[in-house]
Design a protein around this ligand. Structure first.
Ligand SMILES: C[S@@+](CC[C@H](N)C(=O)[O-])C[C@H]1O[C@@H](n2cnc3c(N)ncnc32)[C@H](O)[C@@H]1O
Length: 267
């Protein structure tokens, strides 16, 4: 089943490209910042947390939470990525539950593996592949317990324009993408919707959630043309420190490569 979003083969078939992207300086920075922003968003919840990572792929966002003693479930429809999550967890000596399911087939409380309800529901970099974003957000909200935290993120359309003009010195490309509803994603070689944070804020409110925090992930890195410097450990650490200072500040978060919203689930 599918709501018309991207099929599983798009992701599972490019697991190697995904892993290469993740290990690049820009991939690492995305995960390093999100580890911190997510920790800030769930800090008031009593541990251990029941965490569900929807479209969690190889679990790079959620496996560190398992290592901290939280109970992590990774749900995805790409078996290749779930196998990687399992292998990584085993290599680190941590426990993780993986659920092979299409999120269109989920009914909260009755879904595959009797999912139940969770203190924290992550859905990172999935919504822009979905045809019906409000329906997906309602589904996610139904998987969180009342008072639990929902975290969603997606590429920020603003950075499509800024990166083309500033980093790639290509004003023509920046102009072309400015009003385009989609952009071609290189890693999974697939069209992605250009999804605004404001649209998802509305969907979260419609699902009975209260948005608490708004983050920008990689406020600066995508504007820097020199990729070799990004791989230098000292430069990377200095940039990471600065990114962590900017990620929740006006106006920087609004133009970062990704937006991340965290919201409190209603009762
Ligand atoms: C760009 S990857 C993001 C993976 C992970 N959340 C991260 O940020 O590292 C998108 C993930 O969503 C999964 N996905 C997309 N549509 C899905 C669906 N309908 N049901 C389950 N998983 C889905 C893909 O298999 C893939 O692992």
């Amino acid at each position: 089943m599918s709501d018309g979003g991207a099929p599983a083969g798009v992701f599972g078939g490019r697991a190697g490209d995904w892993a290469s992207w993740q290990s690049s300086p820009w991939g690492r920075l995305r995960y390093d910042v999100v580890r911190e922003t997510t920790a800030r968003a769930v800090a008031d919840l009593p541990a251990p947390l029941r965490v569900l990572d929807v479209g969690g792929g190889d679990g790079t966002d959620s496996l560190p939470l398992a290592a901290q003693g939280h109970e992590v479930t990774v749900l995805d429809f790409a078996p290749e990525l779930l196998a990687r999550a399992r292998e990584t967890a085993a290599a680190r000596g941590t426990a993780v539950r993986v659920v092979h399911a299409d999120l269109d087939d989920l009914v909260p409380g009755e879904g595959p593996g009797e999912l139940g309800s969770f203190d924290v529901v992550l859905c990172h970099n999935v919504l822009h592949y979905r045809a019906d974003v409000p329906a997906t957000v309602r589904l996610l909200a139904g998987l969180a317990r009342p008072g639990g935290v929902l975290s969603v993120m997606a590429p920020n359309p603003a950075m499509d324009v800024l990166a083309a003009a500033v980093r790639r010195l290509d004003p023509g490309r920046a102009r072309a993408v400015l009003d385009s509803p989609t952009v071609h994603g290189e890693t999974f070689d697939h069209e992605m919707r250009r999804l605004e944070a404001a649209e998802v804020e509305q969907a979260l409110a419609g699902a009975g959630c209260t948005v608490e925090r708004r983050f920008g992930i990689r406020c600066l890195m995508d504007l820097i043309a020199d990729d070799e410097r990004k791989a230098e450990p000292e430069f990377y650490e200095q940039l990471l420190e600065l990114e962590l200072l900017l990620c929740e500040r006006e106006p920087y978060w609004r133009t970062a490569r990704f937006w991340q919203l965290t919201a409190r689930a209603g009762g």
